[in-house]
Design a protein. Structure first.
Length: 1083
């Protein structure tokens, strides 16, 4: 026995006499005493690792308090996610937990999920009680919602803390409040359960000594004959069973000693669940007839049933019975499948994940569904055709195969590793897998033969003919039913997924509240913001999962990484050391954190820290540089597909309701009201908005008439004025772009001197210089659009066109400013595109000033993101809130002149598009930028929501495109296209830095993909080269052009059809007006 097994056994044996002590205690003594004993046991065995269980309990308690009606889904996700973190703590540099910590965490996960379901059922019962004005008792419902102290006492109760059995919170509550615990028998049930424990223990010690598990991994075992290798898994599984028989029977004895889980037999208790019928607990043993009790609730193992049941399905029910109930209740019933085999596979997958991360668990558990499918198919095909004696013989054969199947699957459970498990299964030729597949095929063949016999058999008498007809009808109905069941299963899956997504939808209640108070126009902004949060979150998970997490894992596990760079250390292009020299002050670290320099360069935040290496361990190969390249490309492709899909969806919704004679007034009059408004001031603002829209339509109609009545001289003067205004706009843009260029050049030339700040004033000056391009860009985005708003009024456009023209100019300014910044950086990195210049001749880029140019570009995008966040915070706190205070409590004249701030949807959406474009540009050089942008947008959501409800009112003049996000998604697509240019140029054309990053020593980033293709087999390599050749691209381009022309023609025909239908509707309206006039004249 191992030391851990001795500790478990000692704890179980001590728990038996301790149980008799707690049996005599009162409810408070049981609660605090059992929790104190369990917590002391946890601290002694787990030590500091007990914090894992505490965090799990506190997180669950928070979920139960915040979301009691959806806490069951949230708790399942929380506890199982923490299980993954718990098993990967070494990756994050934390110490490895003890085996006792793992045991506590496993049982605690089951308890927390079960508790969340009980709280959710309690909340639903209370809601139904309030709505129906009646109280319907629910069996097993908890009496009240537990507080934090009750949750902690339930979690750390010493009963079953490490070895089980699992029990619900209601079972724990009933134990604490047993009316007469001393009348509950303990000795006789305890002796009945413990009598076989010594036998099982001796068998465990003897057989494990004769048939050690380590012998399976030895070379001598491989030399043994096939019958011996097949036989050896039988004693291994026997030892496995005996060990758990001893542990679980001792755990049950500890429960019985404390009368834990004891219920009257009239309650018909089940393992794990507890009572299944309503019963009245006896107040005392003297009232009426003596009450009989059983301990079925905590019964965790049935050795006889496990060993001598016939079917694999039944064997699962008798093994670890309380955990099997948990899996059936919370996993199997909610599985997104209709088939029993698929539900079982889903349940076994979750069970394997719960047990651990070892591949042997997954190999063993996922073999069970195959055995279940073969067993069910054979029973359906053959059992009904056997006689009584044949069924008896078949049961013995099925029992033998069942035991061998469990022997076979147990090997993965004890060998744990993928290599050892597959190696042993291969040594016995995967006999159980092959047998299961053969039985499935045999059962299908028998089923087909029986069907053929029904269709082509001889003519039968009347009774036999009726029987045959009935069988044929059942067969046809069965085929039809399976198809219907599949369809019903898919619909049920969609409904379940939709229900889960509805409950877990991000900010659902907040968006509903915003729509009710301010209408759908402002709600569209927050919906668009939520879309960007999800887009960035998926991108962060994608890049983090394929680039960041593997890099951290390989470094934490200290795996042998093969460097793919061939440059020597004394190469002139290898000089790169961002570490500061000498003593560095704390203030310098703050400056580095804000600017992304110094110690920040040596983190996974920036491109330069990643290695040009590959990992090859036991047949597993992972190339960091290739993963980096493909992750970035796939991230951009994912964003493109997602935005285009959303744009097409919105375009379809708004395509029919474009400008036209029918939609000018009728939609505003009959469909303009927002029935989601619940706030009276919002309703008044909506009235004003509709009135303004109608007034705007009339003004535009008058403007068009005035334009038609203008003389040629007036038109010439107007066009001249507009030309001059456009020239002034171009001049303003030129000045802004030139300022950005000068700021970028000055900032980069100053920073490239590698000076180290010796004082706070100098460090602050360097920080200001590093942020100079960000300051100029942000200032231009704030000031120049104001000038656009003044100049556009001189052009005498209708107001709607003024807004659109100002927006187009603002979009051009925001996106073009990024382009100017990137072009300025490109000119300095590539020596104005002259690779033969003195600074770029050696390395192909300006290595002297930009030793790691990718990190420098990433730093600029990082600073733009940080400065945008700081600007947002400062404007909200120092401008919007003071304005609200002055308007509300200041002089009346000031309130009238300034007015309450309007929430302008177009301006706020353009800020989002600008920030997202910055994120896309920097994602190639700062892999964690999507994650930072996600956090920024989450903070922005709550900040904008706060300022909306506290400081703002909806705009009186509603921008029409704000009712649908198509316009903004179009601008977002433009930002994505702009971000593709530097990413693709750096991948294909610009030589990467040779001193840093995953592509050092490569002629281009794309060269990593070419090297990977060259390493593929000849057929795959030929396929990729063909896809990249002109012989494939030119025909594909021609086909796409033909398809595009076809779609354009189809769209044109649909457009003409829509126009004709609108014309017909207008004619119908005129006919009705004419008929009404005729009727009026005749009457």
């Amino acid at each position: 026995m191992s030391p851990e097994e001795c500790t478990y056994l000692a704890v179980l044996l001590v728990s038996v006499p301790v149980g008799f002590v707690f049996k005599r205690a009162g409810p408070r003594g049981k609660q605090l005493g059992a929790a104190g004993a369990g917590l002391l046991l946890t601290l002694l065995t787990c030590r500091l690792h007990a914090l894992h269980s505490l965090l799990t309990v506190l997180g669950t308690g928070l979920l139960l308090r915040l979301a009691p009606r959806s806490c069951h889904y949230l708790t399942l996700g929380w506890t199982f996610s923490y299980l993954l973190f718990f098993r990967m703590v070494t990756v994050f540099g934390l110490p490895t937990p003890t085996p006792y910590t793992n045991a506590v965490q496993l049982l605690l996960t089951l308890k927390m999920v079960s508790l969340a379901h009980e709280v959710q059922e309690f909340s639903l019962a209370k809601k139904q009680e309030v709505t129906s004005f009646s109280k319907n008792p629910v069996i097993g419902l908890i009496p009240s919602k537990p507080g934090l102290m009750e949750i902690l006492c339930y979690s750390y109760c010493y009963v079953g803390l490490m070895t089980g059995p699992f029990y619900r919170y209601r079972t724990h509550y009933d134990w604490l409040h047993q009316p007469n615990s001393m009348a509950i028998p303990s000795w006789r049930p305890l002796l009945a359960r413990a009598r076989l424990v010594p036998v099982f223990g001796l068998l465990f010690l003897g057989v494990s000594e004769l048939f050690p598990l380590e012998y399976v991994r030895s070379e001598a075992f491989e030399a043994r004959s096939l019958p011996f290798r097949l036989f050896y898994m039988t004693p291994v599984f026997f030892v496995f069973r005996m060990r758990f028989y001893v542990a679980w029977l001792c755990a049950e004895c500890a429960c019985i000693a404390a009368a834990f889980g004891a219920y009257p037999t009239t309650a018909r208790a089940r393992s794990g669940s507890g009572p299944t019928t309503d019963y009245t607990p006896p107040e005392s043993s003297e009232d009426g007839a003596p009450c009989e009790y059983d301990y079925e609730t905590i019964k965790n193992i049935d050795p006889h049933g496990t060993d001598f049941c016939v079917r694999v399905k039944d064997g699962m029910r008798y093994w670890n019975m309380t955990v099997q109930w948990w899996l059936a209740q919370y996993i199997y019933k909610s599985a997104p499948f209709g088939s029993y085999v698929l539900r079982s596979a889903w349940t076994m997958l979750i069970s394997a994940y719960w047990h651990g991360i070892h591949p042997g668990y997954y190999l063993s558990f996922l073999t069970i569904p195959l055995c279940l499918a073969a067993e069910g198919a054979m029973e359906a095909a053959l059992r009904g055709r056997l006689s009584a004696r044949g069924r008896l013989g078949g049961d013995w054969v099925q029992w033998f195969l069942k035991m061998r199947a469990y022997d076979y699957m147990c090997m993965g459970f004890v060998l744990l590793s993928f290599q050892d498990t597959v190696h042993y299964w291969h040594s016995v030729y995967f006999c159980i897998h092959g047998l299961a597949v053969a039985l499935l095929l045999l059962a299908k063949g028998q089923d087909r033969d029986r069907t053929t016999g029904l269709h082509h058999g001889p003519a039968l008498g009347g009774g036999d003919g009726i029987q045959v007809g009935r069988l044929q009808a059942q067969k046809q109905a069965g085929q039809h039913t399976r198809w219907q069941q599949w369809q019903a299963g898919q619909q049920r899956l969609r409904r379940k997924v939709g229900s889960i997504l509805l409950h877990t939808q991000l900010w659902r209640s907040s968006l509903t509240c915003i729509e009710g108070h301010f209408g759908t126009g402002i709600e569209a902004y927050f919906n668009f913001l939520r879309f960007l949060v999800l887009l960035n979150l998926v991108g962060a998970l994608f890049i983090g999962g394929f680039v960041v997490a593997p890099s951290i894992t390989f470094e934490a596990l200290r795996l042998n990484q093969t460097e793919r760079a061939n440059l020597t250390a004394n190469s002139p292009c290898m000089g790169y050391d961002p570490n500061p020299r000498g003593l560095v002050s704390y203030f310098t670290y703050i400056m580095d954190l804000l600017s992304g320099t110094g110690f920040m360069e040596l983190t996974y935040l920036f491109y330069g820290y990643y290695q040009n290496s590959a990992v090859d361990v036991v047949g597993f190969s992972y190339n960091i540089s290739l993963a980096y390249l493909l992750a970035v490309l796939c991230y951009f492709l994912l964003c493109l597909v997602w935005i285009v899909h959303r744009s097409v969806h919105l375009l379809k919704r708004g395509l029919v309701s474009e400008d036209g004679a029918l939609s000018t007034y009728s939609i505003k009059v009959f469909a303009g009201w927002d029935f989601g408004l619940t706030h009276p001031p919002a309703a008044i603002w909506k009235h004003n908005s509709i009135r303004y829209e109608l007034k705007l339509d009339l003004e535009e109609e008058a403007s068009r008439r005035a334009m038609a009545q203008r003389s040629p001289a007036q038109r010439a003067w107007l066009y001249t004025l507009r030309g001059l205004v456009n020239l002034l706009v171009v001049a303003l843009l030129g000045v802004a772009f030139y300022c950005i260029y000068l700021a970028t050049e000055y900032s980069q030339s100053t920073l490239s001197q590698q000076s180290v700040a010796q004082s706070k004033s100098k460090a602050f000056w360097e920080l200001l210089v590093s942020y100079l391009p960000s300051i100029i860009i942000t200032g231009a985005n704030l000031v120049v659009p104001m000038a656009f708003g003044v100049l556009v009024r001189l052009e005498q456009y209708p107001f709607s066109q003024e807004i659109k023209l100002t927006l187009v100019r603002s979009v051009f300014l925001r996106l073009a400013s990024l382009v100017v910044l990137l072009v300025s950086l490109w000119m300095q990195i590539t020596c104005h595109g002259q690779t033969e210049a003195f600074d770029c001749r050696t390395c192909g880029y300006n290595h002297q000033h930009f030793p790691c140019w990718e990190t420098r570009v990433g730093q600029e995008m990082y600073k733009l993101l940080v400065f945008d966040l700081l600007t947002m915070l400062l404007v909200t706190l120092l401008v919007e809130f003071p304005r609200k205070i002055l308007v509300s409590h200041g002089p009346v004249l000031l309130a009238r002149l300034w007015g309450q701030q309007e929430f302008l949807v177009p301006t706020n959406v353009l800020d989002l598009v600008y920030g997202q474009t910055v994120c896309w540009v920097g994602a190639s050089f700062c892999p964690l930028l999507p994650l930072l942008n996600t956090l920024k947008y989450i903070l922005l959501f709550y900040l904008k929501k706060l300022t909306l409800f506290s400081n703002c009112r909806p705009g009186d003049r509603t921008f029409r495109a704000s009712s649908s996000n198509f316009f903004f998604l179009l601008v977002l697509l433009l930002g994505l296209a702009i971000s593709w240019v530097p990413a693709l140029y750096s991948i294909f054309a610009l030589p990467p830095s040779q001193a840093c990053g995953p592509f050092r020593a490569e002629s281009s980033m794309w060269n990593a993909a070419l090297l990977a293709i060259d390493g593929l087999p000849e057929l795959a390599r030929g396929f990729f080269y063909f896809v990249g050749s002109l012989g494939f691209i030119v025909p594909l381009f021609l086909l796409l052009c033909i398809f595009l022309f076809y779609l354009m023609a189809l769209a044109d025909s649909y457009s003409r059809l829509v126009k004709e239908l609108k014309m017909q509707l207008q004619l119908e309206g005129r006919d009705k007006v004419f008929l009404v006039n005729q009727i009026t004249e005749l009457s």
